[in-house]
Each structure stands twice: as structure tokens, then as C-alpha cells.
Design a protein around this ligand. Structure first.
Ligand code: ADP
Ligand code: MG
Length: 147
């Protein structure tokens, strides 16, 4: 995983996300970074599929900052912080979202004013029009187990 996976289509990117979704538990956070058009929202559709949610429900949150999609098991919370100043992310209470019943996926996590310990870090890079490199990092070390 360190070198990243190359996908050649939207479907392949969703398949990588489905694989990741199989490892997710309630309270998990997935941070999605990458430029506009890199495939962050596409990746969230794959997470949705993996959690038993209709991927067509997933859209780019515009005025709603956090969307909620209820599946059969875990609920998927989807936040897009693109339009937010980092100070404003303090008020969202993202730490509390999803801890009981769901998974939280965050686009543009660089807007966060503080870290979310334990989050999975997914980085998407545009290689060509139709291919993307996806690097899935280990869970971010929390303050306690940082070396
Ligand atoms: P973001 O949320 O990062 O701005 P989107 O997921 O909304 O990006 O859009 C990604 C765009 O790139 C879509 O139009 C999608 O069809 C296109 N695309 C082309 N190739 C890929 C690929 N390999 N993986 C994901 N998306 C791809
Ligand atoms: Mg998006």
C-alpha cells in the first residue's frame, strides 16, 4: 500500500474503497485528500457501496457540510470542508459524529484545525485523465502513541 495503487477508472477507484470499507468499524474516520477532481467523492461512493448504501445517494455536499447515509449496518457520514475556514471546523463537532453507529469520511481534511487521532489517511492523485494513484496510509498515530 505504501507505493499506492493505480486505478484506471472510476469503478476501479470505487473497488479500492470497497476493500477499505470492509475494515471499517463504528467510530472510524477516513480522511480524503487530493485536488479537485482527484476522486475523493468517487471514493466515498465506493465506501458507501461497501457499507450497503446506494452509491447514487452520495453527492458532493454543497451547502450541507455533513451528509448522512443510512445503510443496513454502519451509517456513513460524509463531510466536505472545501468551503470552510479551518476555524469554522471547530464548531462542527466532527469528533462526536459517527462514534456510535458510523464511519465519517472527510474531504479536504487540511481544513481541520486539529487532528483526528486514529484516522485512516487516503491520498488521491491524478495521473492522467482516467487514472489515479491512491495511497492509503496507516491510521494516524494519536498523541499517546506518537514516537
Ligand atoms: P473530488 O471529490 O476529488 O473533487 P470527484 O470524485 O468528484 O473528485 O470526481 C472525480 C472525477 O474524475 C469524476 O468525474 C470521475 O469520473 C473522474 N475519474 C476519471 N478517472 C478516475 C479514476 N481512476 N478514479 C476516480 N475518478 C476518476
Ligand atoms: Mg468531492
Amino acid at each position: 500500500m505504501g507505493a499506492g495503487r493505480l486505478t484506471a477508472s472510476e469503478e476501479e477507484t470505487q473497488a479500492v474503497a470497497r476493500e477499505l470499507s470492509a475494515t471499517l468499524r463504528a467510530g472510524d474516520v477516513v480522511l480524503l485528500s487530493g485536488d479537485l477532481g482527484a476522486g475523493k467523492t468517487t471514493f466515498v461512493r465506493g465506501l458507501a457501496e461497501g457499507l450497503g448504501i446506494d452509491p447514487r445517494e452520495v453527492s458532493s455536499p454543497t451547502f450541507t457540510i455533513v451528509h448522512e447515509y443510512r445503510g443496513l449496518g454502519l451509517t456513513l457520514y460524509h463531510a466536505d470542508l472545501y468551503r470552510l475556514e479551518s476555524a469554522a471546523t471547530d464548531d462542527l463537532g466532527l469528533e462526536e459524529i459517527g462514534v456510535n453507529d458510523g464511519v465519517l469520511a472527510i474531504e479536504w481534511p487540511d481544513r481541520l484545525s486539529h487532528e483526528l487521532p486514529g484516522a485512516r489517511v487516503v491520498r488521491l492523485e491524478m495521473v492522467t485523465d482516467s487514472s489515479r494513484r491512491i495511497t492509503i496510509g496507516p491510521a494516524d498515530a494519536g498523541p499517546d502513541d506518537r514516537r
